[in-house]
Design a protein. Sequence first.
Length: 330
Amino acid sequence: MFRFFTQKSWFLWSWIGSAIILSSLWIQVKIDVKINEWFGEFYDMIQKALGAPNSITIEEYWASLLSFITLAAMYVGVAVIVSFFTSHYLFRWRTAMVEWYHSVYDKARKIEGAAQRVQEDTIKFSRIMESLGTSLIEALMILVEFMPILFGLSLGIPIFFFGDWDYGLIVGALIWSVGGTIFLILLGIILRLVGVEYDLQKKEAAYRKILVIAEDDGTIRPKTIDELFDDVRSIHFLSYIRYLYFNVGRIAYLQANVLSAYVFLAPAIVAGVVTLGVMQQIIRAFGRVEGSMQYILKAWPTIIELASVYKRLREFESKINQEDLIDEKA
């Protein structure tokens, strides 16, 4: 799966391409920081305008909106280019995988579900990596950029439970985010979601295979097909009930998450020690830091699917290597 990074023929795409993607994501995060600063200035201006009529001019108001449009346009432009380049980058990764599978397909074709591994799982792997990989890197960059900002904004502000401690808001975000993520990871392990997803794909593969065989072989009994579909039905129903339990915890936590920043800022808001603009900056920075810390939580269903695809491809490659050993002994 990772020959893309070790073969000289793919050096430009694998390593130079990775550097381009990382640099572009860093630019996006920097623009996001500027947008966060804009929110603070804009809401302070709104507070000033609402507090005293005609305290700002209409030109100042339009200029502020124009500055946001400029930043937003830059962000959109970079994001679109990154997305386009990343799609090409990951297709090259898939190509590197497929080329090796093609070179050993005489052995690989003897393995159950070989066609599905080479065609379906490689495209799933590349598509999941497109969304999951870039968002993980971006989440880490956001933490690096926004944590110092959040710390600077929260200095001298009373925080619920932590009082006047300078690190109260950051520690609060850490406890809330990491605690929730650990809780849902444990819940996913208890419910064995990765295993259920893996079993589901195996049952679907067996059902599809018998349907393909039945297209050319009229002796295939309908009962055999019905039995395999019963297996498909049972594993799907099992996955539905497992995800029902998991989603109770996940969705409840995400709903409570909306209020977390306001809860921590409650003493400062009630005491009136922050302006509307500073409050908006803190809440947005808190949300960015919190969201990055909750990366695993929010991406958990996709992570489960990626883990299942990785498990199947690793098992497939292991069987190919076993076929090589058998041929060598023969």
